[in-house]
Design a protein around this ligand. Structure first.
Ligand SMILES: Nc1ncnc2c1ncn2[C@@H]1O[C@H](COP(=O)(O)OP(=O)(O)OP(=O)(O)O)[C@@H](O)[C@H]1O
Ligand SMILES: [Mg+2]
Length: 186
């Protein structure tokens, strides 16, 4: 296993070991920091994924975005093309479960959102460090997106997802900000 795979495996284990109560409390704390940030408040269209397993809960963040009349843009991945198309989500009923339990928008009922319309990109991932380096789930989807668009990006991380430094390759794109239970580490 290479270094990235080892860290991914170790982080997944640590996430599984989190208690339900910590998962709920820390998700809430992280969401609170995000929605009180200046860049959240300045954003109209927010790109975000639907959390699964032990990812920081994004359902409450999406609910808050709708309350604030923001536009929620959720990606649908094309594994063959290694690309993503964003769709405007206005209800959790507009989702379908795809590979690896990932919930993605139904193209039949959602309107596409062009990448240049995104104001803020909430970037999923497994491991992060204080310089914004990240390890995602290994598809390179967000490395490609962030290399293409110059948008504000932010990652949400539980404590067990934080490392003092991470191995990176030339194609890896850092995020602008990382929010933890204790606030911004970048
Ligand atoms: N801009 C790019 N153009 C072409 N291939 C890329 C690009 N960015 C990443 N890749 C490819 O994607 C694959 C996965 O990259 P990596 O291991 O960094 O994934 P990741 O950062 O965990 O994924 P993600 O960005 O989806 O969270 C690598 O083989 C890499 O070469
Ligand atoms: Mg990468």
């Amino acid at each position: 296993m290479n270094q990235k795979s080892l860290i991914r495996a170790k982080t997944k284990e640590a996430l599984e070991a989190m208690s339900d109560q910590d998962y709920i409390d820390d998700s809430q704390q992280i969401a609170k920091q995000l929605v009180s940030s200046a860049f959240w408040q300045a954003s109209h269209t927010v790109a975000i994924t639907i959390s699964r397993h032990r990812e920081v809960d994004t359902y409450q963040i999406i609910d808050q975005a709708w309350k604030e009349k923001k536009r929620v843009a959720v990606p649908r991945t094309d594994l063959k093309e290694k690309s993503m198309q964003f769709y405007e989500l206005s209800s959790f009923t507009q989702l379908e479960k795809r590979y690896s339990d990932l919930m993605e928008p139904l193209p039949e009922v959602c309107t596409p959102v062009a990448e240049d319309q995104l104001d803020l990109i909430i970037v999923p991932g497994l491991a992060f460090d204080g310089s914004g380096s990240r390890l995602g789930f290994g598809g390179g989807f967000y490395d490609r997106l962030l290399a293409r668009v110059e948008k504000k990006s932010v990652a949400l991380a539980f404590s067990c997802q934080l490392y003092p430094g991470l191995p990176t390759e030339a194609h890896d794109q850092p995020v602008d900000h990382v929010i933890t239970v204790d606030g911004f580490i970048r």
